[in-house]
Design a binder for this molecule. Structure first.
Ligand code: THU
Length: 169
């Protein structure tokens, strides 16, 4: 929801975000538990020799197919790619007409236990926003750490309200 207030000539805009918090993977709907399990499996295949921070993503398509991704790092650091974009680009490349319905995300650090829900980075939010525009429907995002609570956003718009989209081009 967006509200506006006028004080003299300055208009102030407030943007609200709505998220749902599940206590653990066990309290998620069964199909999302399965999706998160796939993300956990994908996470363990991450190539993260530099950060030791492994990320797994699993995207459920409208066909029911699940597409996986994990972070792929590089000695030339910026050449690496996040798990979310590996998965989203894999889906876009392999199933160009598919609708991305849900995405599950999980991380694991080799240095410490991550028990807080870990959201996608800004660049990944922008990429996911592009797919929402393309398919004209929201992608639900479920994100967690290695253990603990799982946060659900019904749309990437909840995480990135002011997207840059093709309407500005
Ligand atoms: N990473 C992801 O895969 N997704 C994110 O949303 C945040 C960060 C990866 C990139 C890098 O390989 C490692 O995590 C540490 O930043």
């Amino acid at each position: 929801m967006t509200s506006t207030t006028n004080i003299s000539s300055v208009k102030k805009i407030t943007i609200e975000t709505h998220l749902e918090v599940f206590e653990s993977v066990d309290t998620l709907p069964k199909d999302i538990q399965e999706l998160m399990n796939k993300a956990q499996q994908a996470r363990e295949n991450a190539y993260a020799p530099y950060s030791h921070f492994m990320v797994g993503a699993a995207i459920k398509l409208d066909s029911g197919e699940i597409v996986l991704g994990n972070n792929q790092e590089n000695a030339a650091f910026p050449s690496g790619l996040c798990a979310e974009r590996v998965a989203a680009f894999h889906a876009g490349a392999t199933y160009p007409d598919a609708i991305l319905k849900q995405m599950a995300l999980t991380v694991r650090s080799l240095n410490h236990t991550v028990a807080v829900p870990t959201p996608p980075c800004g660049a990944c939010r922008q990429v996911l926003a592009e797919y929402e525009v393309k398919q004209r429907s929201p992608i639900a995002i479920y994100f967690m750490g290695e253990t603990g609570k799982v946060v659900k956003a019904n749309s990437i718009k909840e995480l990135l309200p002011l997207i840059f989209d093709n309407s500005y081009l």
